[in-house]
Design a protein around this ligand. Sequence first.
Ligand SMILES: NC(=O)c1ccc[n+]([C@@H]2O[C@H](COP(=O)([O-])OP(=O)(O)OC[C@H]3O[C@@H](n4cnc5c(N)ncnc54)[C@H](O)[C@@H]3O)[C@@H](O)[C@H]2O)c1
Length: 329
Amino acid sequence: MKNFSILGLGHIGRVHQQAILDAPNAQLISVIDYNLPEDISVKAYNTLESFLTEDQETDVVVIATPNGLHREHAIRCLKGGKNILIEKPLALSFEDAKEILAVAHQKGLRVFSSMQLRFSPVVQYVKNLLENNSLGKVYMINIQCYWNRNRNYYKLRDWHGKDDMDGGVLFTQFSHFIDILNFWFNDVQCTESNSRNFTHNDITEFDDSGIVNFLANEAVGHMVYTTSTFNKNFESSITLIAEKGTVKIGDQYLNQMLYCDVKNVCCSNNISTEQKNFHPNAIEEISDALLRKNPSVLDGHHALNLVKFIVDANAMAKANKELNAIEIQ
Ligand SMILES: NC(=O)c1ccc[n+]([C@@H]2O[C@H](COP(=O)([O-])OP(=O)(O)OC[C@H]3O[C@@H](n4cnc5c(N)ncnc54)[C@H](O)[C@@H]3O)[C@@H](O)[C@H]2O)c1
């Protein structure tokens, strides 16, 4: 059994609270939030400092505060002797993400990343197809993320929409899709990126839509994303076009096999699942990895390239925009 504490009991902090309850090898012993709700049945702290001074029992702190605070909170927890599970992303810059891992290494502690869609059976099924070469050479990858985030979404939390705290839609909305690429392929690199702001010009400090080209091993990839889709989320999917098969998976939680036609492989729709919340799988995995001292698919170094990919995509999109602005003048 491993003892967990949650830093930041907001929307996703609550999901972790339930996940820790559901996991057979984990228990929640405290929560830390400067704005504590009243219905807390475990020890509660309203500053990280008071927690780090008093706590002697926590094995893992779940960092579920806004993206822009992850670096500071991660490093303080590590220096306080705690293993950490950082909500996505690890940090908003590649340097900050590397610094977190370096401090953990110095302290002999572990950093995990909340990339829970890696536990979707559909995602794992495709990973097996790739690993046993059932798909042969992968030619093309297409990611489509057509979502809606309306004005209320940005008004509800003051960190949403801010460059330094939120970091943009690739970090906050679409990082799981890029993470799955990193889970499936060894070498994923952004090669070109363009972005536009269609419906959030007066409400976010970053663009709401874009097109990213990338390479994943030998395959060429293309990602189209937006939070400007009319009325509600429309589609989330990843398609692989390969030598020996075509596969399309989707739904917001990548839990549905939408199309599967692979040579000599009997693909079944039974792989799809109604499970959408994979946080309990992640908590169980982390407890187990600590108890057995095993490596984990959630080890922080697996989440480094995700940060690099998004930082590169955002920088390329910004540079292209500036170039276009100069050309228009
Ligand atoms: N893995 C996923 O699928 C997923 C889904 C949603 C959000 N997230 C991530 O989870 C994190 C939190 O998102 P959220 O939607 O829960 O945000 P939220 O605003 O609902 O919750 C953040 C909480 O942190 C607390 N907090 C902020 N600063 C603090 C500080 N200095 N000390 C103590 N408490 C502090 C706030 O009071 C709030 O309760 C973000 O990094 C986000 O990207 C991940």
